[in-house]
Design a protein around this ligand. Sequence first.
Ligand SMILES: NC(=O)c1ccc[n+]([C@@H]2O[C@H](COP(=O)([O-])OP(=O)(O)OC[C@H]3O[C@@H](n4cnc5c(N)ncnc54)[C@H](OP(=O)(O)O)[C@@H]3O)[C@@H](O)[C@H]2O)c1
Length: 368
Amino acid sequence: MVGTFLCYLYLLSHYRVRVAGFVAVTVLCLLLQCGFPSRIEANMLSKKQVLIVILALLAYYWIKYVKQGPVYTTDKRLDGKTVLITGGNAGVGKATAIEFAKLGARVVIASRNVQKSQKAKYDIIEEAGNKNVFAMQLDLENFNSIKSFVKQFDKEQEHLHYLINNAGVMGIDGITDYGYHRVFGINHFGTFLLTNLLMKTIKETSKRSPARIVNVSAGLYKLGALDFDYIRSETNGYFSDLKMYGQSKLANIMFTIKLSKLLKGFDVTTYSMHPGAIKSEIGTSFQQSSILNFAYKIISPIFFREGFYGAQTIMYCSLDDNVTKHSGGYFSNCKQEDLTEIAMNDGASQKLWDISVEVTQKYLNENW
Ligand SMILES: NC(=O)c1ccc[n+]([C@@H]2O[C@H](COP(=O)([O-])OP(=O)(O)OC[C@H]3O[C@@H](n4cnc5c(N)ncnc54)[C@H](OP(=O)(O)O)[C@@H]3O)[C@@H](O)[C@H]2O)c1
């Protein structure tokens, strides 16, 4: 019975769950386990069979809601539209690039590692059957790199319809030369500067066709209020690393809310979102601890989704017609979620904005 059940889990978790498929696999497992009945009798379900049906139902819900989640479908085509995905060479970003490319968009992925990005570019082209995929180098930790990236991007691309601020790091050490923790620097200040420098192109684009900005945050934004001293200090251990990551993801949300206000009157909307718990490279530095590595190996197959599912809420925020009235909102599992009061604190949000302008001042254009 255990063997049959494991086969059942394997079959279900390797394919998108559809009710018909679920019923077919369940019936097949029941027949394999309990034998093919020679004739149908009333009261034919034994205790064992009832147990199998209950386990099958539990497995169905676990796979559908924990391992997979909603899938966003659209019949829109994106031919002639340009999308920029930071961190598009791995994990959630790469999966998102594949989804955009499948719809015909011109996709630019931007990360630090050029070789990895070139390989990802060919993977995306092959999987999506769309040759309009380009890899560019960008280091969000380095303001000069951001500046020259934008210069190059503007030279090569005419428009920017979708900016997906996806690149992110967790669990790395150190302080930037402008005095903030590197995780906060990459996840927030880098994204802030990039978005600001691209704003002119985005606004120009929106005069002909609406544009959207999606900021990939995380449910861990709930770990606490923004602490302006903490984000300038070194971390000391895994919990402290997690807290720093949470601070940067909270900043992504505050940035989105503020941006949506500044963009009122333009055909540009912006959203923050949580992609779900996704198998990716982001927790790699945590895996250097043998205990955490062991825990990850056990937990990840049970709770973490494939990258494809991480891309779904990004696609929803980018393409769904109903979300535009929620500009500034936060989304998870392809629906809007209420934010905590801490995330909606106008005072902290304004302070974060002022600090961000101050930190990046030398590199900012007059784009607003
Ligand atoms: N995985 C999850 O469970 C999860 C959950 C919630 C939220 N998220 C969010 O989802 C986003 C994507 O994460 P992921 O899980 O897909 O992580 P990942 O597999 O580690 O991918 C991160 C991407 O960011 C790029 N990147 C890292 N540092 C960069 C920098 N300084 N400049 C430019 N690009 C940089 C990486 O490419 P290079 O190394 O080549 O630069 C890579 O393409 C992140 O914002 C993360 O916070 C993930």
